[in-house]
Design a protein around this ligand. Structure first.
Ligand SMILES: [Zn+2]
Length: 171
């Protein structure tokens, strides 16, 4: 599955990043391969979802996928462009980077190593480079105007994510 990049359909970011919004991939893509994270490289499931929805690119800037023994960050939509979430206030969306954990966390707790990789490789560098504090790390469910939205999952715990982020905070 090859995504034909449609750069003309992407909106360029003109505003400084102020928020990082956390998702699980089950919020956008229904392919069974994107609902449970396993040891396989699951980006083909995401790509087929993008093609089915006729999106110009993956609707997250980054996805963290477990591949074999460890979790890896996959760069998706370039972060100088915006993602497309009709349920998120557009002013907030213009200032946000969207990061997704592969799978669904409505039924299971995210692995500790997943949270470490998220904090160390993504959240921390973004907090540092954009001078934002950990309170600006938000869940999709915090900012959605759909009150039934559970993304990034009922078992995702923001306190754990922000405390892990503080642990790795670059001075
Ligand atoms: Zn989401």
């Amino acid at each position: 599955m090859i995504i034909p990049f449609k750069i003309s359909q992407l909106e360029v970011r003109h505003t400084k990043v102020k928020y990082i919004i956390i998702h699980h991939t089950a919020c956008q893509y229904t392919n069974p391969d994107t609902k449970v994270d396993n040891m396989k490289f699951q980006m083909t499931g995401i790509s087929s979802g993008v093609l089915e929805k006729k999106e110009p690119d993956i609707n997250y800037h980054y996805i963290i996928d477990k591949i074999k023994e460890d979790f890896h960050v996959i760069s998706c939509r370039p972060f100088v462009t915006l993602c497309d979430f009709p349920d998120i206030n557009q002013d907030m969306n213009r200032k946000s980077i969207h990061v997704a954990m592969m799978g669904s966390y409505d039924f299971k707790i995210p692995h500790k190593r997943l949270i470490e990789v998220l904090a160390y490789r993504l959240l921390n560098p973004f907090l540092k480079i954009y001078s934002i504090n950990p309170e600006r790390i938000l869940f999709h469910s915090d900012v959605s105007n759909n009150k039934d939205e559970t993304c990034p999952g009922l078992f995702a715990d923001k306190t754990i994510i922000t405390s892990m982020t503080r642990r790795f905070l670059l001075k």
